[in-house]
Write a protein that binds this ligand. Sequence first.
Ligand SMILES: [Zn+2]
Length: 159
Amino acid sequence: MKMMNFIPIRTTTVRAFQEGVNDSHGNAPEVRISDGGGLPCRHCLDYIPEGEEYLILSHKPFSSTQPYAEQGPIFLHKKACKSYENRSILPKICDPKGQLLIRGYSADERIVYGTGKVVQNYQIETEAQKILNQQDVAYIHVRSASNNCYQFRIEQDEK
Ligand SMILES: [Zn+2]
């Protein structure tokens, strides 16, 4: 059986931001203190606890600059947190009561039209599987349903 994987932003990219490297807009990441209000780190895929430093920066989760390569705000731990490890398990930041936007992309990083959908988080694996089953979908982007901020991607072991 094909395994679904929940993939965070690559550690080398994250470490650069944590060391103060400019974001895709050329700005240094902003440093803030978490108020504990549900700020998901896109590297460890966990919430940033109250009192901990975190970064706000603009990130483009694509390898190219073609028209579909959206760029937008993300949060990261300021400290060198560990990359999300148990990639076959839905990350904690998917609060079962919440909603997320999922959308299929082709191998050349373009939206596969008709796949985008806001889903209840408890249904995310079922709905993601339906999208991944489509021939032309290479992976899924998971985004905030209300703010459109990039969260992580979903891939399959083999296709
Ligand atoms: Zn983190």
